[in-house]
Design a protein around this ligand. Structure first.
Ligand SMILES: *Cc1c(COP(=O)(O)O)cnc(C)c1O
Length: 380
């Protein structure tokens, strides 16, 4: 069994992907070819956004977003400590300061109360609170209803790192519409992934869209050889856009399958583990289906048990950023980031993709129960 079965997905759409790639080879516009525009239009329509601009990967998307918002030295940028390194690593690249915020233990997303404490800390240190980057971790939108007003009160901009949550909803619509800029990734293992690197930015703001369009092509003005600002080279390859067009066509159906798998997991496993909490006003795209065990030891026993049954599991993420060598000296919530630490010690994710069969779902459920009562057996 695979943790994410990209081969099974490919089997379903291979002929269409082959035809799409062949079309690119025929027309030969490998950079910014017609498929790129076609994809951007479809992605924008999918989430109901005004502007979508593709780029080379999800990390570049975050960097371009910071550049477009003019973030610079003296600015503080708030990111959750429990996330993939990308969210934080782009901040020093524009000369700004990373501030690590703790998470809500129920959703694993940024805790608005921790954000407030971090903003107060930053002000007392004479830095300017500039941007908050909530992450839609594991496919679930962050708590934008709380975070956006906090950002507004403090004259801050919001970048949503939605690398794991393209297609998720909050209050019935895409959270892509609520942040100043939303970024996503098409890394192969993401819910909507291509066959290489890819990313995109979404915004409702015409001026920001024009800036992003310039920044991704060397700060171009009227054309590539007219450079009106310092930019970068970050474009989505035409071949990847062509592949994504076919993947996007089956994405709605895959989201239904992911939701069904998640519901089956939750129903069977809620009495054994802490199962994912999806607030009533939100839907997840289930980038990961993440369980929490009672302790680190119990997690290891469960993961070993699943492995012995041929079921792969993964830990996202084994260390919060403030415990990583590269980020250990960053500013952090004065109360610490205990929820991030605890999540790193207890969570693990089980197989999730759009092509899980009911037999596979059952096998996964049985396999994680396999060693579960180990700790209780030992106590008696
Ligand atoms: C994958 C990911 C990114 C980066 O995307 P790449 O395309 O790999 O650069 C950023 N943030 C989060 C939360 C991610 O999961």
């Amino acid at each position: 069994m695979n943790f994410i079965d990209l081969a099974e997905q490919q089997r379903h759409i291979r002929t269409k992907i082959d035809a799409r790639i062949a079309a690119v080879l025929d027309h030969g516009n490998y950079i910014m070819g017609p498929e790129v525009k076609e994809l951007e239009t479809q992605l924008a329509d999918f989430v109901g956004a005004k502007h979508c601009l593709s780029c080379a990967n999800g990390t570049d998307a975050l960097l371009i977003a910071l550049m477009a918002l003019g973030v610079t030295a003296g600015d503080a940028v708030f990111v959750p400590s429990f996330t993939f390194a990308s969210t934080a690593e782009v901040v020093p690249l524009v000369g700004a300061t990373i501030v690590l915020v703790d998470i809500d233990p129920r959703t694993y997303n940024m805790d608005p109360e921790s954000l407030k404490r971090c903003i107060a800390l930053v002000k007392s240190e004479g830095l300017k609170p500039a941007v908050v980057i909530p992450v839609d971790l594991f496919g679930l939108p962050a708590d934008y209803n709380e975070i956006i007003p906090i950002a507004a009160e403090n004259n801050m901009k919001v970048i949503s790192d939605s690398a794991q949550a393209f297609g998720a909803t909050l209050d019935g619509k895409s959270p892509c519409l609520v942040a100043d800029i939303t970024t996503t990734s098409f890394f192969p293992a993401k819910p909507l992934g291509c066959y290489g690197d890819g990313g995109a930015l979404f915004t409702e703001n015409e001026e920001l869209a024009a800036l992003i369009n310039s920044l991704r092509v060397h700060g171009k003005g009227t054309e590539k050889y007219d450079n009106v600002r310092v930019g970068m080279n970050s474009r989505l390859d035409t071949v990847q856009a062509a592949i994504l067009l076919e993947k996007l066509a089956v994405y709605p159906q895959e989201l239904v399958s992911r939701q069904q798998a998640a519901e089956a997991y939750t129903e069977a496993l809620a009495d054994k583990f802490v199962v994912p909490h999806v607030p009533e006003n939100a839907t997840s795209v289930w980038a990961q289906y993440t369980l929490a065990a009672a302790t680190q030891e119990e997690r290891k026993a469960v993961m070993d048990g699943a492995k012995s049954q041929g079921v792969p599991t993964m830990i996202y993420y084994p260390k919060p950023l403030h415990e990583q060598v590269a980020y250990k000296d960053c500013m952090i919530d004065p109360k610490g980031a205990e929820n991030s630490c605890r999540a790193a010690q207890t969570v693990f994710s089980i197989p999730m993709h759009g092509y899980l069969t009911s037999d596979e779902i059952e096998k996964v459920i049985k396999s994680v129960g396999f060693n579960y009562f180990l700790s209780e057996v030992k106590e008696t």
